[in-house]
Ligand binder design. Sequence first.
Ligand SMILES: Cc1cc2nc3c(=O)[nH]c(=O)nc-3n(C[C@H](O)[C@H](O)[C@H](O)COP(=O)(O)OP(=O)(O)OC[C@H]3O[C@@H](n4cnc5c(N)ncnc54)[C@H](O)[C@@H]3O)c2cc1C
Length: 468
Amino acid sequence: MSTEFLAQCSAIVGDSHLLTGEAMRPFLTDWRGRFTGSALAVARPANTQEVAALVSLCAQHQVPIVPQGGNTGLVLGSVPDASGTAIVLSLARLNRIRNIDKTNHTLTAEAGCLLQQVQQAADSQDSLFPLSLASEGSCTIGGNLSTNAGGTAVLRYGSMRDLTLGLEVVTAQGDIWNGLRGLRKDNTGYDLRDLFIGAEGTLGIITAAVLKLYPKPAARMTTLLAVDSPAKALALLTLAQQACDASLTGFELLSEFCLQLVEKHFSALHTPFAARHPHYVLMEISDTESEAHAQALLERLISSAIEHDLVRDAVIASSLSQSAALWALREHISEAQAAEGKNIKHDIAVPVSHIAAFIKDTDALLQTQFPGCRMVTFGHLGDGNLHYNVSAPAGQSDTEFLLQQEAVNLCVHDQVHHYGGSISAEHGLGALKRDEIKRYKSGTELNMMVAIKRALDPLNLMNPGKLL
Ligand SMILES: Cc1cc2nc3c(=O)[nH]c(=O)nc-3n(C[C@H](O)[C@H](O)[C@H](O)COP(=O)(O)OP(=O)(O)OC[C@H]3O[C@@H](n4cnc5c(N)ncnc54)[C@H](O)[C@@H]3O)c2cc1C
């Protein structure tokens, strides 16, 4: 079967775009290099029609499909398992911006467009596409949609679901659904668009999307604020929301240990303060009026925060390069912790009102169960989303500490559940958290998810073994 099947795939995408053997290697290993799967082939179609023809062929031969964009996902969703029975369907060649409608404030992009490419296309029309992630030079719109990606401006603009008006999808049967509607109002039945967003490729292949554009702000201003505790950071968030309203774009929490790691592993990067502080908030506002207006707004906010004893020290970036230097502290945390060694990562969300209590209680619980463990806590406090990572105690090897991964995950995720949160805020479930989610979702919710999967993909060929 497989020779005849591969010949038919080649006939659809062309010989040079059907990869086998060694040429498949980069598509089979996940971003963090933790797992390498196996596949029949990697197919690189050029357009929606070729995707539809391939999916239809796979349905006929009952061959599973693993959709792949930039392969920057962090939960083993975009790589095949070890069975070697699936094809990887790379969307990278569907990389055209089809249309920009300046009056409707929309941009239609194919699924393989890099996020950065879409940001630049919007910028060239004096507009803003606000999704922003550290992986934006490598991740694709199809991957962003399929994981409902978040990032650093969710507080102001929302996540990928909020930024999308319409989709084009190839169904599991190989039909093309043209849902590329640029409508802000459409109450004509079930919202199929929202089913495919965040589905991690388990319901169909997204081939294009209509995305929302925004006016570019007249000024952006960044400040780093030293605070005593997450509780004070939370009170500062409330104050900032009252003072800045929609101008508040980003509100990130960074612990002192995170910045120590950044300074240790990147000698060019430093905190701008003379003294050390327990926590920091990196805040950004986008102003529609002017830089002077933004500066005055921030200065008023900081004076009020100092008066309320919420802030110990503050620095406002007075140039783009200073702003970039402050953001660099935040953006280098992931690399700094990787340079320090392996740790146990959690991408969690709890209601914003509970986040300080969650950190306090869970830090204490982890110290009783795993004495001396070091917390690398940072993230999008304004969205209630933290990267809550646990490192080995000083002196203990990572390998020895990682043996306790399951117990650490259980402790953290049970706490997340207790506080009404989610064990995956941004990255999805993939193969990594597929089984763990069963502990936290009700049978009723899981049954509805299974019913949707069975209805849309009865042969279970769309990214099987992921999410469910
Ligand atoms: C340094 C770094 C920083 C990151 N920061 C963030 C962050 O701030 N916020 C955040 O949300 N994520 C973040 N991520 C995770 C990752 O970049 C995002 O999940 C991104 O949206 C994945 O896009 P991708 O094109 O790489 O998708 P892939 O990794 O290729 O795929 C992700 C999932 O989507 C499916 N898929 C891909 N394309 C399609 C398609 N066209 N149709 C159907 N299914 C498809 C895949 O099968 C897989 O299940 C980060 C990753 C890295 C490495």
